[in-house]
Design a protein. Structure first.
Length: 52
């Protein structure tokens, strides 16, 4: 009996989970950057109204 199926399954799961975590991190980063840009834009708008 060969252990090849178990080894391939382990490597497959490792690649799948790593890919899923990487994609998830990229999507969370993009969402956070959009939220930060919106916060900075609203802060800049308030600052302009206060100085005029």
């Amino acid at each position: 009996m060969t252990h090849l199926p178990y080894i391939l399954a382990a490597y497959g799961l490792t690649v799948a989970v790593t890919g899923w975590l990487s994609i998830s991190a990229v999507l969370r980063l993009k969402k956070a950057q959009k939220r930060l840009a919106a916060l900075e834009a609203s802060r800049d708008g308030k600052r302009r109204r206060e100085t005029t």
